[in-house]
Design a binder for this molecule. Structure first.
Ligand code: LCS
Length: 393
């Protein structure tokens, strides 16, 4: 069935699915490492790319294919590449698109390891990088060097919730012939489509909103054009960071309810953000759905909704923040995000602890910042949990 012209919610259910000989209603798990060729010539044709046949699961697999087709449609891209984790996506992109002597400009506030791996390891191979506050596009312009090759942004950024102007980044990149990459993890394709703004590559930690059930670690990369896919796909295959068929099956299952889950989480997040910003024990709250967010207007323009991630600081800094985190009962004190369970964590000592303290602070990740990922529980229960835990301070 051609699903290209269906609405987003219908694509979630039907895109990428294929009919098998049994009429299976869902995509089956092809838990096999290898595939039998029909003949030696068929095997050779598969390797030559002259046959659609399957070869070996690190290279291709029907279950993984179904997920890739689904996500390529959700992101309005040319083709998707499923990988073993979000960091698998980050590394496939860095390895595939940057070479010795190249320079990358990135949002200063990104998921900690996306920055740490570049500064600690790609620097060993002669790749240079500059981290700026990309929520002010002028900072990107100022950081451009003759050897700049790529602009890498995360919006909203983990964990500061800073928002980068997608259209503006593409404009700058086109003036200087740069590759644009967006980490769309915090939005999922339900809320934001960087490729529609002209970004070259978008990727996700699929572990988060897209899978949504805290039971899979995975990643996905979507290219706007064949040119990028044809570099990134062989890179993923040769690095060996492919997704597993069982992982792909679970993500396909999780994606079916993406819009329902995000609608609920987002509705609750709006209430919780408002509750926190009205609370006398809270210093500040950053949520794209609050008018107090410095880029509220931009968020409204480029995102279909404010999402379900909130950052805030408790009055009394991290000492008070720890009392809150130690006393929540319904909310889980855990890293990761975007699942059906509400999660709370402390970036400075957890997800972003491997960043240099000075870099963390200049990226706006203060020691007191607490990150909150809103799940799909009854919102009154989440609010009651916060109320009792804040009461302990
Ligand atoms: N990009 C973003 C925005 C992320 O939040 C994460 C993981 C990654 C990439 C990497 O994805 P992974 O390899 O874990 O699938 N973020 C995490 C977080 O904030 N807490 O735990 C993991």
């Amino acid at each position: 069935m051609d699903t290209k012209n269906l609405g987003f919610e219908s694509k979630l259910i039907h895109a990428g699915a294929f009919e098998d000989q049994f009429g299976s209603a869902t995509v089956p798990i092809y838990q096999t490492s290898t595939f039998k060729f029909k003949s030696a010539d068929h095997g050779a044709a598969c390797f030559a790319g002259e046959s659609d046949g399957y070869i070996y699961t690190r290279i291709n697999n029907p279950t993984i294919d179904a997920l890739e087709k689904l996500v390529a449609e959700l992101e309005n891209g040319y083709r998707a590449i499923a990988v073993s984790s979000g960091m698998g996506a980050v590394n496939t992109i860095y390895m595939g698109l940057l070479s010795q002597g190249d320079h990358m400009i990135s949002s200063a506030a990104v998921y900690g390891p996306s920055r740490v791996v570049m500064e600690k390891h790609y620097s060993r191979f002669g790749v240079e990088s500059t981290y700026v506050d990309t929520s002010n596009a002028e900072n990107i312009r100022k950081a451009i060097r003759p050897n700049t090759k790529m602009i890498f942004i995360e919006t909203p950024a983990n964990p500061t919730m800073d928002i980068t102007d997608l259209a503006e980044v593409v404009k700058i990149a086109r003036e200087h012939n740069l590759i644009t990459v967006a980490d769309n993890t915090f939005c999922s394709p339900y809320l934001q489509h960087p490729l529609d703004f002209g970004f070259d590559v978008v990727f996700h930690s699929i572990t988060k909103f897209m899978n949504g059930h805290a039971d899979v670690v995975g990643g996905i990369i979507v290219s706007r054009e064949k040119k990028f896919d044809s570099i990134l796909r062989p890179m993923m295959i040769n690095m060996g960071c492919n997704m597993d068929p069982h992982q792909a099956y679970l993500v396909i299952r999780g994606l079916k309810t993406l819009s329902l889950r995000m609608d609920r989480s987002q509705q609750s997040a709006q209430k919780i953000a408002q509750y926190l910003s009205d609370h006398p024990k809270i210093e500040w709250v950053k949520y794209p759905g609050l008018k107090s967010h410095p880029q509220y207007a931009l968020a409204t323009k480029q995102m279909a909704g404010p999402g379900a991630m909130i950052s805030f600081e408790v009055k009394g800094g991290i000492k008070a923040g720890k009392i809150l985190m130690d006393n929540v009962k319904l909310c889980l004190l855990a890293v990761s995000l975007g699942g059906v369970e509400t999660l709370i964590q402390h970036p400075a000592s957890m997800t972003h602890s491997k960043m240099a303290a000075a870099d963390r602070l200049s990226a706006g990740i203060t020691d007191g910042l607490v990150r909150f990922s809103v799940g799909i529980e009854n919102v009154e229960d989440i609010l009651a949990d916060l109320e009792q835990a804040l009461g302990r301070i």
